[in-house]
Design a protein around this ligand. Structure first.
Ligand SMILES: Cc1cc2nc3c(=O)[nH]c(=O)nc-3n(C[C@H](O)[C@H](O)[C@H](O)COP(=O)(O)O)c2cc1C
Length: 176
C-alpha cells in the first residue's frame, strides 16, 4: 500500500508532523512550495483579496498512490492558500483523500468550513478529517491569545501530546 503525504508548512509545524507521519506510515513526502518568497504580509494580502499564490508543480504522480493524506495549516478557517492552490491545480488526479491540519485552536464551525473549502477545491470531501491544535501545547491562560498560539513552533518532542490523534490517523491507513 502506497501513501503520499502532500503537505505545506510556512513556519514548520506541519512539516514536523508530516515527517513524523511519513516515518510512522512509511509514506512518501511531497512538499508544496510557493514560486516566490511568501512573507507574512503577503499571506494577509492574499487573505484580504481571496487570492492564492503560485506554487511549483508537484514532482510526484498523485494517481500512483493508494492513499493521499493532505496536511497543512489553517488560515482564517481556510486551507492554507499555497496548499489550496496545489489541490485545485491537481484536482483531477486526487480521488480519495484524508485531510489533517496542525492548526491553532478549535474555532466555532471551523471543521465544517474547512470541509466546504475542500469540496470547493477538489469537488469531493475528505474521507477522514482531523485537526490537531497547537493551543494544546501552550499554557491554558494563553490559549485564547492568538499571537501566542500562532507563534508557537512545534518540535518533534511536542508530538507526544498528540499521541491519540496520531494513532487514529495511522489507523485510517492500517484499515486500508
Ligand atoms: C494569518 C494566520 C491565520 C490563522 N488562522 C487560523 C485559523 O483560522 N484557525 C486555526 O486553527 N489556526 C489558525 N492559524 C494558526 C496556524 O494554523 C498554526 O499556527 C499552524 O500550526 C501553522 O502551521 P505551519 O507552521 O506548518 O505553517 C493562523 C495562523 C496565521 C499565521
Amino acid at each position: 500500500m502506497s501513501i503520499l503525504i502532500l503537505f505545506y508548512s510556512r513556519t514548520g509545524n506541519n512539516r514536523v508532523l508530516a515527517r513524523h507521519l511519513a516515518g510512522r506510515l512509511g509514506a512518501t513526502l511531497e512538499e508544496v512550495k510557493t514560486r516566490h518568497w511568501y512573507p507574512f504580509p503577503r499571506v494577509i494580502w492574499n487573505m484580504r483579496n481571496g487570492r492564492r499564490p503560485a506554487v511549483h508543480p508537484l514532482r510526484v504522480d498523485l494517481a500512483a498512490f493508494d492513499h493521499v493524506l493532505v496536511l497543512g495549516p489553517l488560515w482564517d478557517m481556510h486551507v492554507a492558500f499555497p496548499l489550496a492552490e496545489a489541490l485545485h491545480i491537481n484536482r483531477a488526479a486526487i480521488g480519495r483523500y484524508a485531510f489533517v491540519s496542525l492548526c491553532g485552536y478549535l474555532r466555532d464551525g471551523q471543521p465544517e468550513a474547512v470541509r466546504v473549502r475542500l469540496v470547493e477545491l477538489l469537488g469531493h470531501p475528505p474521507v477522514h478529517q482531523m485537526e490537531l491544535h497547537v493551543g494544546d501545547l501552550v499554557a491554558e491562560a494563553d490559549r485564547s491569545d492568538v499571537r501566542k498560539v500562532s507563534g508557537r513552533r512545534v518540535i518533534e518532542d511536542d508530538l507526544a501530546t498528540f499521541d491519540t490523534q496520531i494513532a487514529t490517523i495511522s489507523g485510517w491507513f492500517a484499515r486500508g
